[in-house]
Structure formats: structure tokens, C-alpha cells
Design a protein around this ligand. Structure first.
Ligand code: DX5
Ligand code: ZN
Length: 231
């Protein structure tokens, strides 16, 4: 069985101080984060507006060298994918509802040399993965409805994480299982035990007083969780 060996912590910029975004990204990486989760909202697919490729490129110019994990909550997505690849995205996730031709859009992400992820809303069934799971580098399970930071984790997503974990394990490919929304120190252990290996956290990190302390606590929780083992 191919396994993803390490846990990744991905702070969501949505909760950062946008006026100091470069410094904020630098600070969470220095504090031990693995990659930057870059939430793109278009006021169409979701009822909120955030940032586009030029801001991603600005983070690269500022000197952020870690992976940038672009989460596209936008529709249509195809035009944005080459723009974000050019802007320095390493991972690109999009929602299946946001494209008319899912297979074509997956191909587009891969053709741009980016790691490819599908993002599933809480109520979007896992069956959307039936024919494409083996093409993915990661599945993002939303544990809140997309559009806003600071919402509460929806409990029924635990079942979905467990189910997806067993499907990924059965497939035997090193596909990451990312959970996004309402993740905090109090529920990370349960989320890891359910089978997640990649953790997006916005408010829990950026609204904390000490990023290093918060991320260290997260690492300790993950190390003790007995889920996917750290390398
Ligand atoms: C929600 C976004 C999330 C969110 C995470 O639409 O995709 O990345 O901002 O923020 P918290 O951790 O505050 O729920
Ligand atoms: Zn996100």
C-alpha cells in the first residue's frame, strides 16, 4: 500500500493580515508551516471575493519559496489555471461543480505542471471521484461551506474523511487527503485519526498570538494521533 508519510500544515491566507501578506506568509513558514493555502474566491461560485494570480506572483517575488496551494473557489476555472501556474502555484484545487468538463480541467492542471486536486464541498458525494481518483495528487474535503473563514467544522464530514481514506488506501496511490474549514487545535486529533494528512487552518493559526507555539502544538497533536505516521 502506497502511503503518504507525512502530515502537512497549510495556513490559509484568508485569515492573514492582507496588508502584510508577504510577511505573514514568511512568518507562518518560519513558524513551521509546510505550505501556503491560497484561497481564491470570485463572488460567483462563492459569495465572497478574495485575491487572484497577481497576488500569488507577488508572494513569489517577495521570496516565498514554499509550495503555494491554490484553492480555486471560482467558476469557470479553466482560464485561471494557466494564470496561477504562471504565477507560481504548486498545487491547484478546484470544485467539480465549477467546470463543465471535469476530465479536461484535470488535464489542464497537469499540463501546466501543477499538482492536481479536486475540492469537494461538504454535501458533494465522493462518487464524483469514482473515475478520476487515480489522476489526482490530492483530494480536498471541505468541512465548511466554501466562502468564508472562521466557520465551524461540520461533523458529518468525519464519515466522509474515513470513507475517502479507505478508498485512497484501496487504490494504493500516494494521494493526499486535505481537510479545509474549521480546523483547530481542539479537533485536529480527531481529523487525523479519521484519515486526513493535510490540514488547512486559517483562523486557528493567523488569529493566534504566537504562530510558532500554535503550529508546534499542531505538530505534537498530529504526532500523537496515531494516524498517518510522520516520516
Ligand atoms: C473557506 C476556505 C478555507 C478557510 C479556512 O472557504 O476555503 O480555506 O478560509 O479558514 P478557517 O480555518 O478559519 O476555517
Ligand atoms: Zn481553502
Amino acid at each position: 500500500m502506497a502511503e503518504v508519510k507525512d502530515y502537512l500544515i497549510a495556513p490559509s491566507i484568508l485569515a492573514a493580515d492582507f496588508a502584510r501578506l508577504g510577511a505573514e506568509a514568511e512568518a507562518v513558514l518560519a513558524a513551521g508551516a509546510d505550505m501556503i493555502h491560497f484561497d481564491v474566491m470570485d463572488n460567483h461560485y462563492v459569495p465572497n471575493l478574495s485575491v487572484g494570480p497577481s497576488v500569488c506572483a507577488a508572494l513569489r517575488r517577495y521570496g516565498i519559496a514554499a509550495d503555494i496551494d491554490v484553492h480555486l473557489m471560482a467558476s469557470p476555472v479553466d482560464r485561471l489555471i494557466p494564470e496561477f501556474a504562471e504565477a507560481g502555484a504548486r498545487w491547484i484545487s478546484f470544485h467539480p461543480e465549477a467546470t463543465l468538463h471535469l476530465d479536461r480541467t484535470l488535464q489542464l492542471v497537469r499540463d501546466q505542471g501543477c499538482r492536481c486536486a479536486l475540492a469537494l464541498n461538504p454535501a458533494t458525494p465522493l462518487t464524483v471521484l469514482d473515475h478520476v481518483l487515480d489522476q489526482l495528487d490530492m483530494v480536498l474535503l471541505m468541512s465548511v461551506n466554501p466562502g468564508f473563514g472562521g466557520q465551524s467544522f461540520i461533523p458529518y464530514v468525519f464519515d466522509k474523511i474515513r470513507l475517502l481514506r479507505s478508498r485512497i488506501d484501496a487504490l494504493g496511490k500516494p494521494i493526499r487527503l486535505q481537510v479545509d474549514g474549521g480546523v483547530h487545535l481542539g479537533n485536529m486529533e480527531a481529523i487525523a485519526r479519521a484519515g486526513a494528512d493535510t490540514f488547512v487552518a486559517g483562523s486557528a493559526i493567523f488569529k493566534s498570538d504566537d504562530y510558532t507555539e500554535t503550529i508546534s502544538k499542531m505538530r505534537n497533536i498530529l504526532a500523537a494521533s496515531g494516524g498517518a505516521p510522520p516520516e
